[in-house]
Design a protein around this ligand. Structure first.
Ligand code: NI
Length: 160
């Protein structure tokens, strides 16, 4: 496994739409493992392939619960319910945090890394993470949908 280079704010690739994954091969499995390792290294809750420069509809999410990291290939949000006002950041926008309105619940379909069709009903942080990462696949970034006036720059704790 390896840490991949992240793409940051200002990189045009972050505005591009990612393409469907057509084959789940060894190369994709390596990418998945690398994305999980990269997300963990930077203490992220989620990472989309575009953030490591690959325009594939692939995201990894880890909300640090008992389920461990989840891998969503070609995810589609089928339904959303309610609203939640949440604090949000993004590994491509280091040190920038803001409030965003996200659905409270989402139902999403995706393919897992074994190629199995899956469906998840997600709430709260998981719902937020799925929405944030699916936005990346569509070339959208959280900074464009923040509640005006809520953007904060927070320097990381150097001791961490
Ligand atoms: Ni992000």
């Amino acid at each position: 496994m390896a840490i991949r280079n992240l793409r940051y704010e200002g990189d045009e690739i972050l505005k591009k739409k990612s393409r469907e994954v057509e084959v789940i091969d060894d190369k994709l499995q390596i990418l998945i493992d690398d994305m999980i390792e990269t997300m963990h290294k930077y203490n992220g809750v989620g990472l989309a392939a575009v953030q490591v420069g690959i325009l594939k509809r692939l995201i990894v999410i880890d909300i640090y619960d008992d389920n461990g990291p989840i891998v969503l290939i070609n995810p589609v949000i089928l339904k959303t319910k309610g609203e939640q006002e949440v604090d949000e950041g993004c590994l491509s926008f280091p040190n920038e945090f803001a409030k965003v309105i996200r659905p409270e619940e989402v139902v999403a379909e995706y393919i897992d890394r074994e190629g199995k069709k899956m469906r998840v009903k997600a709430k709260e942080l998981l719902a937020q993470a799925i929405c944030h990462e699916v936005d990346h696949l569509n070339g959208e970034v959280f900074i464009d949908k923040i509640i005006p006036g809520t953007l904060e720059y927070i320097e990381p704790d150097k001791d961490k």
